[in-house]
Ligand binder design. Sequence first.
Ligand SMILES: Cc1cc2nc3c(=O)[nH]c(=O)nc-3n(C[C@H](O)[C@H](O)[C@H](O)COP(=O)(O)O)c2cc1C
Length: 419
Amino acid sequence: MTDTNNRCIDDYRLTLGTEEFVPLMLGGMGVDISTRKLALVFAELGGIGHLSDAMIPTVIDKDFKTRYVGDRLKQYKTNVGNPDKSIAQFDLGELREAQTRHVEEAMSAKKGSGGVFINCMEKLTMNNPKDTLKARLNAALDAGIDGITLSAGLHLPSLDMMKDNPRFRDAYIGIIVSSVRALKLFLKRAARLDRMPDFVVVEGPLAGGHLGFGMDWAEFDLMQITKEVMAYLKESDLSIPVIPAGGIFTGTDGVRFLEEGAAAIQVSTRFTISEECGLPAEAKQAYFAAEEEDIEVNTLSPTGYPMRMLKSTPAIGSGIRPNCESYGYVLDGKGHCSYVDRYNEEVAAHPDEKKISVQDKICLCTHMRKYKVWTCGHYTYRLKDTAKQNSDGSYQEPSAGHIFKDYQFSSNDEIKKPA
Ligand SMILES: Cc1cc2nc3c(=O)[nH]c(=O)nc-3n(C[C@H](O)[C@H](O)[C@H](O)COP(=O)(O)O)c2cc1C
């Protein structure tokens, strides 16, 4: 293990273009878990905070009392009982409008020398993968986002989708990969446009959310993949900052990566229990209380990617009727979602039952929207060591600023709890 000799993250800087940042990036957490408020703390303190654009019309409805979801449901109401969901399309104009509002709200409130980026998932296929992703990416650029991080997919067509945007070469654009193989494919497409990414996030197997690995995730190691990516970029004569993510729990863990040549680190789990995080208090307390054996990686997500979550996730086993006419974010472009298929099978198998249960898939949209999928990073069970406990056994939510500064200035594997 690298000797960190009292060093802390603040001894390093991330350089992107002509700008310098504290080398701490908040990972994008959907749906509205990495809120604008949380991302803005990172920007204010000189790091980079990510918004997420997952299910953005419903997030904007919640924040600004708009009616995107209600209007969509009205439009497709007669389809609710239909197992075929292909008709339920998103209005691209409204999608652009919601994305613009999200980004403009954040950018106009931004203070400090840091950045606000947005995490755009390719796997959010929205029953029309190409047009909806293109609308989200370009609306974010037009609304003035500092950077875009392409996630949850290989993103082979994504740069092409932005190439005519006036900010294509001025905003920072990066990609999340979990292997050199995925990076090579993306770089090949980037080379064709003469638009190399400005940074590469390497996400390892201990991250929260969906994983870029199979169920053999435990055989992989973040440090090893990070070194492989850095070696590949070096031998290709490419000077692109590499930012590891997944299981970096202390500032000193981060220093170990920075010492090896990483440009920054991306972190999320420590911030899931912060005051500014979008998760409800009940979920935050469940994260605090979790022990290692309470966390699993499973195949319940209809996206096809393994996902890490608390075993006590309320959505598990729920057999609710799919809400694709309101949401429909993981419909594959032909109106399919594996939860919808499984739900229909269960209904057909139990025609007389009012309440059915689906055990092997989750209605991801509905339950993420309601914060009933408690996805989390591997080290969630260590969160109890980062906060003060009340006499009733519950924990106090630290501020994001406190956690940021703990990462930035702590050394020797120490974690400072709030005073
Ligand atoms: C609650 C939670 C939700 C997440 N949601 C997303 C997401 O929507 N999209 C994404 O690309 N990554 C997502 N991630 C992954 C993080 O952005 C990040 O890369 C990773 O979790 C960092 O590792 P750490 O949580 O161990 O610090 C999520 C992580 C957590 C903990």
